[in-house]
Ligand binder design. Sequence first.
Ligand code: CA2
Length: 148
Amino acid sequence: MHILVLNGPNLNMLGTREPEHYGTQTLGDLEYMLRQEAAQMGITVTCYQSNHEGSLVDQIQAAYHTADGILINPAAYTHTSVAILDAVKAVKLPTVEVHISDPDTREEFRKISYIRQACIATVKGKGFAGYIEGLHILYDHITAAQGQ
Ligand code: CA2
């Protein structure tokens, strides 16, 4: 099983600012943790971060041929991007939306998520642990689907 992990704009700055929302660990720490967890689960992950909407769309489209599922934190594009929603709908891969903070408890504009309607689950407000939870949700979903 192979999972594509996507992180959107500004998440490359993790560990440098806004620790009250995003903690003190870096994107490298997050990706290392996910690779370790994946190895324990007997699966593989590819991790990718971009500040550009089109690059994220390109990665989702490429996943159609290479991945069994997608774990994505679209960051600010959560609240704006029909393009990322359409890409996830187009590839029809099981997708989990993850957020480090809980956007529903922050500013009003963060309560809208375009991608949510195309996702099998959303994990929010659990820090980096939410990514691990999301990985397991995908694993269980894909394993169950393969058994059908
Ligand atoms: O809580 C999350 O994971 C978010 O997706 C993070 C986005 C925000 O726009 C969403 O509403 C919720 C922002 C990511 C910015 O990341 C930074 C990390 C460190 C320093 C500054 C920004």
